[in-house]
Design a protein around this ligand. Structure first.
Ligand SMILES: Nc1ncnc2c1ncn2[C@@H]1O[C@H](COP(=O)(O)OP(=O)(O)O)[C@@H](O)[C@H]1O
Ligand SMILES: [Mg+2]
Length: 274
């Protein structure tokens, strides 16, 4: 069968939340590191099917917020409600199992491993049976292995990275490393995808490619996306709603056009170089 895979089949798993309903709610979250208040009493939500941007100057608390959402940090106050389940503390691997995957501000891949191996590694968190079972090559394990391989191949095809599948990612240009990292997150089949500055350090062409992939992930797979991004052109183009942080506080929240003209946002962020 040489037919190209139909990418519309690559849908996010059914998380039981209707399109447009609240998928994630961050409620009154505060997080401090010693005396440093990274996040102060922040609340916002992410609705199923949307692209939600998180913007703000360096040190505003954006990355910390993603780390709270995916369980890296436990806030001193407040809760996270994901798919209707409320919690404060959660381990990152539990977050993955519940459908939250992410990429990092500084690419976090296994540099000596190939593109294919890195994406398979993302997939491994989904594997029901342990590696021992895989090795035994038993019927059920074999079927599962084949299914995982098919999903990974679909992602490689979707992201147009066939030509680098066997190259160690440390040897790839930065823009492609970012794409591989997106692939690894997609391999987890998230219902909520968190992207921390997915276009940082990219040239214009790489940014356009990444924008297109983000839109395709959202529209074709139905994946809800929360992304941190500095390029306001990208934010305006991609996002349905924007939350703006400054010094750990939320200073604005709304559609991009509205946020862009908000005086507090202009003063804190848009009017200053970053
Ligand atoms: N692990 C940490 N330990 C101590 N301070 C931290 C840690 N992570 C973040 N911070 C501090 O929290 C604040 C917010 O940082 P961060 O969330 O990385 O901001 P942003 O992503 O918006 O640039 C900064 O003052 C930063 O120095
Ligand atoms: Mg950051």
């Amino acid at each position: 069968m040489n037919q190209r895979p139909d990418h519309t089949q690559l849908t996010a798993p059914d998380d039981g939340i209707a399109k447009g309903a609240v998928l994630l709610e961050v409620r009154n979250v505060s997080l401090a590191f010693g005396g440093v208040k990274a996040i102060t009493d922040i609340s916002f939500d992410v609705r199923k099917g949307e692209i939600r941007a998180i913007i703000g100057p360096n040190g505003a608390g954006k990355t910390s917020m993603l780390n709270v959402i995916n369980g890296f940090y436990t806030p001193q106050q407040g809760t996270i409600i994901f798919r209707g389940i409320e919690r404060r503390a959660m381990k990152p691997h539990h977050a993955v199992r519940q459908g939250i995957a992410r990429t990092f501000q500084n690419v976090a891949l296994f540099k000596g491993m190939s593109t294919l191996e890195n994406i398979m590694a993302g997939r491994s968190v989904m594997m029901k049976r342990g590696i021992g079972w895989q090795m035994l090559w038993h019927g059920p394990a074999l079927a599962e292995e084949i299914e995982h391989r098919e999903k990974v191949e679909e992602i490689i095809d979707f992201l147009e990275i066939q030509h680098i599948r066997h190259i160690p990612v440390g040897k790839l240009p930065y823009g492609l490393q970012k794409r591989v990292e997106l692939g690894r997150a997609l391999a987890m089949e998230p219902s909520l995808l968190l992207l921390d500055e997915p276009m940082a350090g990219m040239n214009l062409e790489e940014k356009e490619d990444m924008s297109r992939f983000i839109i395709d992930v959202n529209q074709q797979r139905g994946t809800t996306i929360a992304l941190i991004e500095h390029d306001m052109g990208v934010v305006m183009d991609l996002s349905d709603r924007v939350v703006v942080l400054d010094y750990g506080k939320k200073i604005a929240d709304g559609p991009p056009d509205e946020v862009k003209n908000d005086q507090a946002v202009i003063d804190a962020y848009l009017g200053v170089p970053h």
